[in-house]
Design a protein around this ligand. Sequence first.
Ligand SMILES: [Fe+2]
Length: 284
Amino acid sequence: MSVRGGAPPGVGLGLRWEFLEELLELPASTLPFVEISPENYLRRGGYYPAALERVRERWPVVTHGLTMSVGGTDPFDDAYFRALRAQLERLGATFHSDHLCWSATPENSLHDLLPLPFTDEAVRHVGRRVREASDRLGLPVALENVSYYAPRGPPAMSELEFLLAVLDESDAPLLLDVNHLHVNSLNHGFDPLAFLARVPLERVVEVHVAGHHVWEDGLVVDTHGAAAPDPVHALLAWVVERAGPLPVVLERDQEIPPLPALLDEVRALGETYDRALARWRARG
Ligand SMILES: [Fe+2]
């Protein structure tokens, strides 16, 4: 399933409360679009929907969910899906995205993105769940590759094989997080470019970029708490050079700097993106 063109190309920013009001003071030309997590606005009144409306008046809005738990085994939350569908319709969304993980039990959202077992059973299960989620929303649900620190149970296949099988089984578009790819490549010892070479780039509808933290013992933790380092820029460039124009989102969730510094990072990513796009055009 391809939903390319569903969001404006270029480097946008994941919206966070810490700078929402300050961002709204800036001209629309500051960003091509913003990405929001609908969970921050769903089933809330007053300031929250009003703030989202102000954002929407200024920028196209792309949606990225946190709590669908697409790999979970409990039935989907009906009320969540009803509210999410209504919001996506209000925003005129052409696709929605969430993580290729599980993150909830019937009683609790675990507020963590937990890896799925890399097994055939999980592939079939996620495939069914993604198709159900898309039916419920009336939109394609793009899956994001996640970072993980240990496989869940003995893996029957690699992370890459699992991702490819799930995309086939679900017919879902891919939200490619190049920071997650970089983090996993360091922690699990594989070549991220060999991984990317097997990703069906025509399925990629959006790219995420972020930074991470490297501990003294070498473990790389996906904090979204630092600027994206050069290797992440390089992976972004590799993708854009081969896939062409795409929406790219800078995600920052911890140690959020003052807005001007964050926008400087958006500009730096934009330079990487523009150079890669020029190479894509030169390839004809
Ligand atoms: Fe991401």
